[in-house]
Design a protein around this ligand. Sequence first.
Ligand SMILES: Nc1ncnc2c1ncn2[C@@H]1O[C@H](COP(=O)(O)OP(=O)(O)O)[C@@H](O)[C@H]1O
Ligand SMILES: [Mg+2]
Length: 359
Amino acid sequence: MKKKIGVIFGGKSSEHEVSIESAKTVCAELEKAGFSALPFYAPRAGAWRLVKVKDLLSGRKLAGPEIEPSLGGGCFVKKGGGRLRPDALFPIIHGSTGEDGVLQGLLELIGLPYTGCGVTASAVGMDKIISKELAALDGIPVLPHVVIRAHQKAGMGALLKKAEKLGFPLFVKPVAQGSSVGVAKVKRAAELRPAVIRAFRFDTAVMIEKGIDRAREIVCGVLGSGGGAKASVTGEVVPKGRHEFFDYEAKYLDDNGMDFLLPAPLSAEISARLRALAVKIFLALGGSGMARVDFLVDPRNEKKIYFCEINTLPGFTSHSLYPRLWGKTGLKPEKVLRELVAIALRAAAGKRRLTTARK
Ligand SMILES: Nc1ncnc2c1ncn2[C@@H]1O[C@H](COP(=O)(O)OP(=O)(O)O)[C@@H](O)[C@H]1O
Ligand SMILES: [Mg+2]
């Protein structure tokens, strides 16, 4: 019997449409790998629906019977009766509520194996303060930064002064967003406060980070768990034209917003170092399954490298960075997916063996 994998996609974040595209690749490749894919569509509002793979792939309306998770039941219940019992779940909802541990918490309650990072690693990966602090504790280089939390907003003058001392340019970012939403490059003191106030529209904490002017952006895929976690080749993302950095427009709106150099034009030594760091960061944050780790590299000196962020549910569309990184490393998407499912099943079996008794 083919194993049934529930692919959960859509979601409430600004990356809803990207998630639908990712789900198309994931479902098609899971089927190629010998699984039976069950696409579970999470609309922006309302109940999840079980849709047909062929409707998803052909871009038809995402309709089908409503399904509800059964908490602790290891299954879903269809409206009008009937139980659906996948062997594992594959969440592919990017951004808030899908990538930050919220969805993973629900999957824990359902009690089915699921692919990718667990609750804590997802939440930590989404938080730019905690992920950088944890990485730094493990000796990974990060750029100095100042954090302003909501309760410090009224008297933020002193914190702004402290941030100015880091030197310009500075990058202002909401702590737990993504897709460069609310991110600003600030070149002079007068622009700092407005950028911080704007970033507070998206989050309750804001990070002001020392900037690297025209930084090179190197990405690396990680796949596996524990001692078996491995890194893909590195790639370089180059924002093009009028985009000074990789802003929202360059990422999603401008078809010519970026070039992707694969492999990244780095020396063998630096590329090996970044790959080792990517795995180290992934493990330091408690990651399992997959993640894409992003670095900033000084364009004047490739030895100056800094951890930028980790994405625990990277895009999986046919032109997304993560599958392309693995493709260049020699792993086709169906192999990556097979490995992710195997890790999920192993992790679930391992968890069942843990005792819940007090002695
Ligand atoms: N310290 C920095 N120096 C130079 N560029 C930066 C810095 N921080 C962020 N950037 C630029 O801003 C983009 C978005 O920042 P990032 O931390 O990756 O947040 P997001 O989660 O929104 O992608 C990066 O891809 C990069 O182009
Ligand atoms: Mg980023």
